[in-house]
Design a binder for this molecule. Structure first.
Ligand code: SF4
Length: 365
């Protein structure tokens, strides 16, 4: 289907919504309620911003998943970064992480007490800071999914090339497919399909979702971020469910290839290896993260500084772990919009610009 007026054409949206209603009615006639999980924080924001959740038929439920890298990073990681800062390191981080609560304080609070914590917008800024503070240890908070991870090998390449010895990465890279597997096999969850991420899929490719489809699987549709992208993906999912099919569809094929970005994958394979990783809400998932290969351990902050990232203490009363798994909606949290708001966030899902609680707060109240 081609939309010459772009991806916000109201008439085209109306037609797709009508089709969604027909498909939803067919599913309803056979007693089916459908849960579609969006596995990307940017989708969560777009769905809230364009009001898509509210226009869907009542038997179609969009639930938010673990798509925000800041949200899935446990408090113990923040604690480790704070301990390094207190020991005199320069901590370099992307913006959202600075306000996420650790067990006792956030990086912002630590900075207010004099620690050197720098917010950057690109990993290459960590190199600049390492050059700027040659007498200090500079630790980059290397958090993110496959999209954010892809540029990291270049940082190590530059540091190696220039002989920079005072830069290390505190890695908490996460891989999306192992999280999908954990969600699909969780007996407490009933997920009928995945609306698959756009940016991550540009790296790993649409074919990466094939293991979640087939006879025992669910429909997986890769979608872009415009309203028509998301509506077409929902239409594709419902079409598959009506036909009792479960395959991968790539609605975002203007960006995502079946095989993904092979160059980025090769570079990541050269420097990084799969490791077990802890996720807020999902716990320890085997081989669900990426860590530096042994030959690059001089850039590994944990090894270099002799520290171990522990689990940490989650904020009291916060349901972020349940929200991340799609077990609770943000509005089910007793603190939502009461004790917890973007200005006084209790948990990471309200802090992060991609967090489910922040999306609901910004667009649903
Ligand atoms: S509303 Fe706040 S306290 Fe509740 S789950 Fe969301 S971030 Fe946590």
């Amino acid at each position: 289907m081609k939309y010459i007026d772009g991806f916000r054409n109201p008439l085209a949206a109306k037609k797709i919504i009508e089709r969604i209603e027909v498909l939803a009615n067919l599913l309803k006639a056979s007693g089916r309620k459908v849960s579609i999980m969006e596995v990307c924080g940017t989708h969560t924001m777009a769905i809230a911003r364009f009001g898509i959740r509210n226009i869907l038929p009542e038997n179609i439920d969009l639930i938010s998943g673990p798509g925000c890298p800041v949200c899935v990073t446990e408090a113990g990681y923040i604690d480790a970064a704070i301990n390094l800062a207190k020991a005199g390191a320069v901590i370099v981080t992307f913006g959202d992480m600075i306000n996420v609560p650790g067990s006792d304080e956030s990086l912002a609070q630590c900075r207010a007490n004099g620690a050197l914590i720098e917010v950057v917008y690109s990993p290459s800024a960590a190199i600049k800071l390492a050059r700027q503070f040659p007498e200090k240890n500079v630790v980059f908070l290397a958090v993110g999914f496959e999209t954010t991870t892809a540029p990291m090998p270049a940082v190590i390449q530059i540091a190696e090339g220039e002989g920079i010895r005072n830069l290390s990465l505190l890695t908490a890279f996460k891989l999306v497919p192992p999280a999908l597997k954990a969600l699909m096999t969780d007996p407490e969850l009933k997920i009928d399909s995945f609306l698959c991420p756009a940016h991550v899929s540009a790296i790993i490719g649409a074919d990466a979702y094939k293991p979640f489809t087939g006879k025992e699987g669910v429909p997986c549709v890769v979608a872009g971020f415009e309203p028509l992208d998301i509506l077409m993906a929902i239409d594709g999912i419902l079409n598959q469910l009506v036909r009792n099919e479960a395959s991968v569809e790539n609605q975002y094929n203007r960006v995502v290839k079946p095989e993904g970005n092979l160059k980025a994958q090769a570079l990541m394979d050269e420097y990084l290896q799969p490791v077990d990783a802890r996720w807020r809400g999902l716990g320890l998932l085997p081989l669900s993260g990426l860590g530096l290969k042994n030959e690059f351990e001089r850039f590994d902050a944990e090894k270099k500084h002799g520290i171990t990232v522990k689990k940490g203490k989650e904020p009291s009363g916060c349901l972020c772990g349940e929200v991340i798994k799609g077990k609770s909606k943000p509005t089910s949290c007793p603190l939502f919009a009461r004790g917890c708001t973007p200005d006084h966030a209790v948990g990471p899902c309200m802090v992060s610009s991609e967090g489910s609680c922040a999306a609901y707060y910004k667009y649903s109240l």
